[in-house]
Write a protein that binds this ligand. Sequence first.
Ligand code: 0WE
Length: 258
Amino acid sequence: MLDLSGKNALVTGIANNRSIAWGIAQQLHKAGANLGVTYLPDERGRFEQKVKELVEPLAPSVFLPCNVQDDAQIQSTFAEIQNQWGKLDILIHCLAFANKEDLGGQFSKVSRQGFSLAMEVSAYSLVQLSAAAQPLMTSGGSIVTLTYLGGIRVIPNYNVMGIAKAALEMNVRYLAAELGPQNIRVNGISAGPIRTLASSAVGGILDMIHHVEAVAPLRRTVTQTEVGNAATFLCSDLAGGITGQILYVDSGYSIMGM
Ligand code: 0WE
């Protein structure tokens, strides 16, 4: 049966109660995993306070700042995991960022900096975190990241994020090939559009959601809980033979041609 008791899981990317990472953390906790949570630190401690209160019911044994643009924070995050837990079994990567001005307008006009930023935070960060996690995954492990259809098809305004997600999905495959011999599995979940802090900051997300509700086979959007359940499955022994894959949790939307 699906049971994650005795497993240590580090979850990145929780910003608030709408975060997909929050849905994943809740389901991992329900399956019995021991949780660690990272948050994006900032001067005003905005996320720290919010996320700390939010995750309290899940009793995370580790709660750490981790900005992936800072190598030192990644090193200290995993040093702390090593100290507290000794080994890591599960890594959840739910991080992405592009400048707002790059999520719309002409893709061809994206700046060098905007392109690099999106790639660094949304794609390279999976490589960084996987490299740091690898020595701690001494009895195998499962790494799960979040991607989106805009990484394989053109979605209006997704623009530079689409390129970053394409890179992220190839990261999944190269990492899966490299880490497989250590029984570390690496997979992605391609979630349909959900109202979150990130997506709500984007104009037109409600129209996209209504489109999914009209067209997707299930005639509705997916929930954070459903994405969390898929992630929990991928992290469990039930998915022991699955690596390098992108699992679509999108109400079937991606199969439709019209
Ligand atoms: O990957 C995403 C969101 C990524 C994202 C969102 C923001 C908004 C605020 C990355 N960076 C930022 N930066 C900000 O300043 N999604 C899959 C959600 C999403 O974002 C879109 C979408 C969908 C769906 C952007 C344009 C079009 C569709």
